[in-house]
Write a protein that binds this ligand. Sequence first.
Ligand code: M6R
Length: 366
Amino acid sequence: EKGGFDHFMLKEIFEQPSVIKDTYRGRLHADKGIIQMSGIEDNLEKFLNADRIIIVACGTSWHAGLVAEYIIEEFARISVEVEYASEFRYRNPIINSKDVVIAISQSGETADTMAAIKLAKEQGAFVFGVCNVVGSSISRESHAGAYTHAGPEIGVASTKAFTTQITVLTMLALRLAKAKGTLTHSDFHRYLLELELIPEKVKEALGTIERAKEIAAAFKDAPNCLYLGRGYNFPVALEGALKLKEISYIHAEGYPAAEMKHGPIALIDEQMPVVVIAPKQGHYDKIVSNIQEIKSRSGKIIAVVTKGDTQVRELADYVIEIPETSDALSPLITTIPLQLLSYYIAVYRDCNVDQPRNLAKSVTVE
Ligand code: M6R
């Protein structure tokens, strides 16, 4: 049932090219310049009249929400707030009937996310669910939604659910952008074509497996690890750190790279591995100077770079090359080597990859 893989997690990592395709199949028609998702078509006015979108989720799904915030604001120019469901539900949040609340949940059973949408509904908001498990509680409680179609995710560490959530939310952003005219015709088309190419590029990114193994062997005994990214890849840094924490029990933190100098830089010495997400598109020069700051403090740099990069290569101890995409779609690619890295570190530490200690696949209690 693990399809020849040692763990469900690795199987699910490798399923990503095909499940991302499943996620956009029948919805994305790049040749015709169309994105169609029934949950959005039927409720388009609700989205277009919204003053803002509030995203509620937990864990990895919350990270997908952060990526979506950047994409929806950039493409559709609608203001987005991303909230931990557990914080949102207990803080008497301001919710208006014109708000659209998007709940993201792989399992569709997370207690806090469920409670957050019940609260939002009571106050008149329109609730849109992005769930993986068909017929799950959150999908039933939502007014409308879009499934991720990632298939069953067994490994406790979420992998394919994350990339398919981002795929759905990117399509949502593009659909709204089309309706609002906030992207030029040519940009809209370019993104559709690029989205269609993502599965192939994810496949190529999976080719970093040997590199990930090599780096994992070098850092498996590190007690700490930092993950840095900027812009669209800041949430990927958070996600990379969460993945490492939960399956390898190494303490890891994700940070927006520029926040380094506001505290975490004090942690850097020759013992500290720092994973930097540094693709060519988007804030490249800024991230290069962040890397220089780490280098001058003797931190060990593991950089995720675009194929052919030379500048970061000169500074980094290890580079992982990934195929090029536009900045906005890059999280779908940059995430892949980070999943592989945490997987192999956990394997080399003899951890129970699919069922890490103290964790459950769905958190149905608060
Ligand atoms: O099923 P959900 O997406 O609602 O689950 C949310 C979190 O519990 C989940 O993403 C958790 O953080 C994962 N174990 C992370 O890999």
